[in-house]
Design a protein around this ligand. Sequence first.
Ligand code: GLN
Length: 484
Amino acid sequence: MTDLTDLTIAEALSAMKSKKISAEELTKAYIKKTEEGRKYNAYVLETPEVALQAAKVADENYAKGTERALEGIPMGIKDLFCTKGIRTTACSHIIDNFVPQYESTVTQNLLNAGVGFLGKLNMDEFAMGGSNETSYFGPVINPWSKDVDLVPGGSSGGSAAAVAAKMCAAATGTDTGGSIRQPAAFCGITGIKPTYGRCSRYGIMAFASSLDQAGPMAKDVKDCALLLNVMAGHDEKDSTSSRKDVPDFTKVLGQDVKGLKIGIPQEYRPQGLNKEIEQAWDKAIAMLKERGAEIVDISLPHTKYALPVYYIIAPAEASSNLARYDGVRFGERVDGAHLDDLYINTRTQGFGKEVKRRIMVGTYVLSAGYYDAYYVKAQKVRRLIQNDFKNAFEKCDVILTPTSPTEAFPIGDKTMVENPINMYLNDVFTVSVNLAGLPALSLPIGLSAKGLPLGMQLIGKAFDEETVFKTAYALEQDAAFKRI
Ligand code: GLN
């Protein structure tokens, strides 16, 4: 029999429906892969018993013909999503014993659709990072690594590695500045950050509330569409959650892209752009052209300000969101002689280096005297970045860019570790999308000379995930990327 973990979600659902396989068999196949793949450090908690229980229910539902949308699909969950009764840590020492009393809306939606949870996935601490190296539980190894251990990208590094190594059928991710798309690109999988407001943020530990969005990470475009169908939707528990109807995102897959206008932003092709990334981009452009799409040059003139704006706004919001981890309201308490000492000891020992750096930067840009010069200014430039996209979308339907300026790099890479700015630069193609609240998907387009996956990003108009999915599906057919 073929390896069941090779099946996409779409294939597994039809195999279960026609009783060729059972949910229990499928779940056991993934549990086996999870055990074999422990060397990658993708899971920080395995919950095989939870997944098997869900599989039992799933098989009963298939027998009765009452199966739900994703009945019997075993998934991994990024450890930023609160899961009722299952330890949730944000991969931080400060809450590494936290067992939530409630379920996040996105994971509840998945449970309601018949998904089983295989466990909680590793990530950068509080989702701050681009390599999964800031996790309290140690780095994740990219399954594409050959002679040296490579990062899987971040912050959803455990999610991307687990999907790539077939340790789950799909995973949840969150994306504040690229954390779904960049790890998807580094690990040769597909992931979409939906429009801000599409998925509820309720029960997802907050990093930067005006930028955070949850989304699916999966083997292919169709699986992402199937997952987003279930994950998205209005939620009264999140005041920024959209009331817009959620269409069936699979409906558009396979539709013609002829006549579609594809925007190519000149600012994303700076002098010195990695040649292989540039060639992959040109290849993707050629594929869409071949299918009759129209290639349009566009300009996003404020792109050069996107990183500085992001690295002001994200830490500002983070410093405020993380104030609750004080050892009194939340967080592992480290006592002290006075209340101030208690706060200082708790936060000094509880948070890692990168999180503390963000809290310092965020507190600084919000402090009296600097607030106008940094935070308010950044908000103004954020609007200009949003306007850039608005203007660009008068000329095109969807924008195509590389996902990341590099392929996966080695764990402990000196240039990244010693200079955090270099790590931040890796987010150059992804952060604008969050600042503008737009949907964007990353899919693998080919391999570099070193045999590592390269990802392309498709950016859509707000609430137009459908055009993104349609274009991605066409590219996916042409790229014929081979998964591990
Ligand atoms: N790499 C970016 C950062 O470190 C994005 C993180 C994210 O999207 N959660 O902030």
